[in-house]
Design a binder for this molecule. Sequence first.
Ligand code: SF4
Length: 279
Amino acid sequence: MCALCPHRCRMAPGRTGRCGVRKNVGGRLLALTYGRPAAVQVDPIEKKPLYHFLPGTWTYSLGTVGCNLSCLFCQNYELSTGTLEVAAAASGPEIRPDQIVAAARRETCASVALTYNEPTVWAEYGRDIAVAAHGAGLKVVSVTNGFIQPVAAAALYEHVDAANVDLKAFDDGFYQRLCGGRLQPVLDTLTQLKRLGVWLEVTNLVIPGENDSPAGLSELCRWVVSELGPDTPLHFSAFFPTHRLTHRPVTPQATLTLAARLAAEAGLRHVHLGNLHLV
Ligand code: SF4
C-alpha cells in the first residue's frame, strides 16, 4: 500500500496507483518520477502565488508528471495527466537534487519551488531537493493541493519553508464530484502545516456556478480566520474554461470583488485577486 496520500492505493505487482507514477515493482513501491522533472523554470515567487514570502525574489521552479487528484478544471493538465515519457523526454538523464540546487544558485534564486504538478506524488525527490537546498542556504516552497497523509506531510514539510495550498471549495461534495478527493484531509493539512511553522498562503479558484456562492465563500473565509489566523493571505483566482470543465464561463470581476469583500468582512487582512488578465 502507498501511504502518501488519503487514497492509500493498494497496487498489485506491476500496477500503478491513482496518480499513475507510483508503482508496485516486484513488491517494492517505486516513485517512477524520481529525478525526472518535466518542467523547470525560473519564476518570480509571486507567480506561485506567494506574496508575503521573500517578495521580489526568483524561485527555481520544477515539477514532474502525475497528480493524486483529478480536477476537471485543472489548469496544468498537461503535466498532471502527463505520461512518464513526457518527464523522461524533458529531462533526459536523471537530474540529481544537488544538480537542481546548483542550477538554482547559478540563476541567483533565493528558493526552490516544488510546483507545476502535485509535490505529494514526488515527495521523495522533493524532500531530497529540499534538504539539499537548505544545505546550500536556499529556502524551499511548495505549491500543493494539500491532499496528503499527516505522516508524509510531516516528513516532507519539515524541510519546506512556505506553501501555497489550494483550498478548492469549502464543500466536500465539490471535492468528490470535481476533484476525486475529499475536503477534510486538505483542512487537516492546512492546520498541520500551520502547527509546523510553514508560512501559509491559501488559493481559491472561483468557478462560476460551482463554488461561487456567497455563503460558501464566507464559510471558507471564516474557517481560514479561525483555524489559520486573520493574517493568512488568501488569493481568489479567476477561472478560465479548460481541460474537462469548459461549460462554465470565465469568473466575472464582480464575483472576485464580492469574494474579497466577504473575506474582509470575515476578518482576513491580506486578500489578493489573481488571473485578472483573464477576466
Ligand atoms: S500518492 Fe499515488 S499511489 Fe500513493 S496513495 Fe496517493 S494516488 Fe495512490
